[in-house]
Design a protein around this ligand. Sequence first.
Ligand SMILES: C[C@H](O)[C@@H](O)CC(=O)C(=O)O
Ligand SMILES: [Mg+2]
Length: 447
Amino acid sequence: MSLMQGSVSKITVRDVRFPTSLEHHGSDAMHGEVDYSAVYVIVETDADDQITGHGLTFSLGRGNNILAKAAEVISGQITGCRIADIFGNFGVFWRKVTQEGQLRWLGPEKGVVHMAAAGIFNALWDLWAKRAKKPVWKLLADMTPTEIVNLVDFSYITDVLTKEEALKILEENKPTQGEREEQLRSGGFPAYTTSIAWLGYSDETLVQKCREALDEGWTKFKMKVGVDVADDRRRSKLIRDQIGWENQLMMDANQRWDVNDAIEWMKQLAEFRPVWIEEPTSPDDVLGHAAIAKALEPFNIGVATGEQCQNRVIFKQLLQAKALKFVQIDSCRVGSINENIAILLMAKKFNVPVCPHAGGVGLCELVQHIAMFDFLCISATTDGRVCEYVDHLHEHFVYPVDMRKNSYMPPKDPGYSCEMKRNSLEEYEFPNGRVWTKLISDGKFKL
Ligand SMILES: C[C@H](O)[C@@H](O)CC(=O)C(=O)O
Ligand SMILES: [Mg+2]
């Protein structure tokens, strides 16, 4: 059967939410009670193969219905399209959808509309990889450099990266790709864990989670900070007492501070030797990040950001302004793999490591593919690279991540790994799934 057979016949969008706030999972300095949620997208075609594409985009609960509505509206542009017109020139198709003349007024390329587009494009990638009988990372890695650059919309970034430069990067790495694939298959891609220290965890939970993580072989950890500096110092000491000083510690403020507060706050946490401070201030403040990065350099603390960076243009500016030492791509914030490739290529040009964000539901499953592709085809190294891992909700996926010690093992199943189990979709659908009906009737949640 041809990879390009048929047309999109139906796109279904579902609102799925998990009550993670009940145990304070996912809590940080700005997002206290979060219910990890997904707008879940299923793409069907009229081809004989019965293969469907499954994708998602991520939110924290309230507003997931708004995101779902945006996904339904965008779907209208895709239903009926020939598969050959989608994957035959995916970069052009991506641009057509994300630049649609009426919808782009709501962005452009940012916020709800762009996140919804990510969910749909994630499903299309899943469909393509399943048809090709390959996991997404391998589908990408087997493409020629020309095929890869044709996935990308270079608009607004050609002042720092042209298509020709991108092609050169990819061509230079091609001859040594096989060695890296062997390395990936045997050792996986390095990861760190955030699941030890969400801000809402008690000290007992924190200590217990650190011990469990150490037993599992973790060597890199991230903690949440930002509400009270004295408390941050106390918790940092508690964590260092558990994990020791050889292991790495990262800190994440989730945009809590103004620029000068961030600098002063981090000087008070410097003695705990954080590798980076993540999202110290507003994700839109490029020059603010640059000021923080400069001020914290003498303390050997890098700035990391990206999980709420709206698009490739903001990443471009952050890189131009030397405002970050670690690029944190996200699989659902910008326009899926197509736009993330642009960001990976710019990071390579500026020689800044990409350390993907994955704190959410399904984000580990998705972003591991992009991290692996980056290693194989773009960065060509794992030095200084580490992909986030959180240990929540993997049981709901048909092809959950395979973690060995502290590394992501490359997925073997065809697709983009984010297909959810049918039963989970039904139980956690909001607000009428069994789990939510019960929580609402027990008075634990209000509509
Ligand atoms: C609200 C989310 O859990 C957020 O805290 C995740 C995050 O910042 C991260 O994983 O990094
Ligand atoms: Mg973060």
